[in-house]
Design a protein around this ligand. Structure first.
Ligand code: NI
Length: 390
């Protein structure tokens, strides 16, 4: 069964919207221009309600079906923000803003959901209410959490929520999802190690070498993954920053380590958080120093609900055919703040394949406009299938 015909007819329009967003990328919560255009379009389409400023710069559109017998409400979410990357892609609509680029395809996500919204407002061939959600600050700002904290789910009575992300490397027009964890929790660690400064050549024995302690801590932290985490579960600890020292012949009193932690299970996340502090502090103590660990929880595990993941796969099969849908995707260790919406309501996240090309967040990343119709059709079918008008 193909893409919804009316949606396919919107492809050029969606591409034009996307190219305009692409030329004018905005970061985090500063998506004022994008959010303004989204709200304007939703009003033009005839959404029953358009509300801006949810989660600072998020936009919500309400589309009522031609019936509302069972009071069903489904949320569809797209993200709007870009990244602080200098664009290296060779496209005629390249970013006009130095140092900013839509390198994760959120311009495409926004255009697809606008396409879905246009179709749904025209046809209204469903029994219930569709809520289109456009969020800011997916890239590290927890905009999804900001919208949930601002009453997104309760204000409109959202019962289920769905999200979609493009995926380079997955064949064009293929969908992938899975019940349970789909993307990892994403947290940061900062460890400050205190020793005692001194003369590195003449009197190392009178110092407490914070650099040496830092090196031991980095090695010891990997024992958490190797020896504390269940071998059938997953965790990543990556120390990516080691800062300290000013001269060849001075032992610095203090060094700082920084890095990222990923897990696919809330219990593993708790374990790793606790063990990092224990290992850092006790390793430092063994060498006569001390360590302070600051563990910051950013995004939770993106945990699909089993029933809704099944629904998402079924809708995707309707749109692109069974042979193009993988409903048992191996989880990915990237993070995604749709996780906050899935903590608030049952739902599911899907990847939509773009074909070969540079990965998201690469300066030469290029969104494939051929998938706009697939994405918008997915949204349209999801609403019509989950809330059939009979
Ligand atoms: Ni993204």
């Amino acid at each position: 069964m193909p893409i919804v015909n009316r949606v396919a007819a919107l492809s050029d329009e969606m591409a034009a919207w996307r190219h305009d967003f692409h030329e004018n990328p905005e970061l985090l919560y500063e998506v004022h221009r994008t959010a303004g255009i989204v709200a304007e379009r939703l009003r033009e389409f005839g959404c029953d309600e358009v509300v801006t400023g949810i989660g600072r710069t998020g936009v919500v559109g309400v589309i009522r079906g031609r019936k509302n017998t069972a009071g069903r409400v489904i949320g569809l979410r797209a993200d709007m923000d870009a990244l602080p990357i200098e664009e290296a892609a060779d496209v005629p609509y390249a970013s006009k803003i130095p140092g900013k680029m839509h390198a994760c395809g959120h311009d495409g996500h926004t255009a697809m959901l606008l396409g879905g919204a246009k179709y749904l407002t025209e046809t209204r061939n469903f029994d219930g209410t569709a809520i289109v959600i456009f969020q800011p600050a997916e890239e590290g700002g927890a905009g999804g959490k900001a919208m949930v904290d601002d009453g997104l789910m309760t204000r409109w009575g959202i019962q289920e929520v769905y999200g979609l992300h493009n995926m380079p490397g997955l064949p064009e027009g293929h969908f992938a999802t899975t019940p349970g964890p789909m993307l990892a929790s994403s947290d940061t660690i900062e460890i400050t190690i205190h020793g005692k400064g001194g003369h590195a050549g003449a009197a190392p024995h009178e110092a407490i070498d914070s650099v040496l302690i830092g090196a031991q801590v980095i090695s010891a932290l990997q024992s958490i993954v190797a020896r504390n985490v269940d071998p059938l579960k997953s965790a990543v600890i990556s120390i990516t920053m080691f800062q300290g020292g000013t001269a060849f012949n001075i032992i610095p009193a203090t060094v700082k380590l920084g890095g990222t932690v990923r897990t696919l299970d809330p219990d593993v996340r708790d374990l790793v958080e606790r063990r990092i502090a224990e290992v850092a502090e006790n390793t430092a103590r063994a060498y006569g120093g001390s360590a302070e660990t600051k563990y910051t929880r950013l995004y939770p595990v993106t945990m699909n609900h089993a029933r809704e993941a099944g629904i998402a796969a079924e809708v995707a099969r309707d749109v692109v055919g069974a042979d193009r849908v993988n409903e048992n995707l191996t989880p990915v260790m990237g993070g995604e703040d749709f996780a906050f919406m899935l903590e608030a309501r049952p739902g599911a996240f899907v990847f939509l394949g773009m074909g070969d090309g540079p990965m998201c967040h690469h300066p030469a990343y290029k969104f494939n406009d051929n998938i706009l119709g697939h994405g918008a059709s997915y949204w349209a079918r999801l609403v019509e299938k989950q809330m059939p008008a009979g």
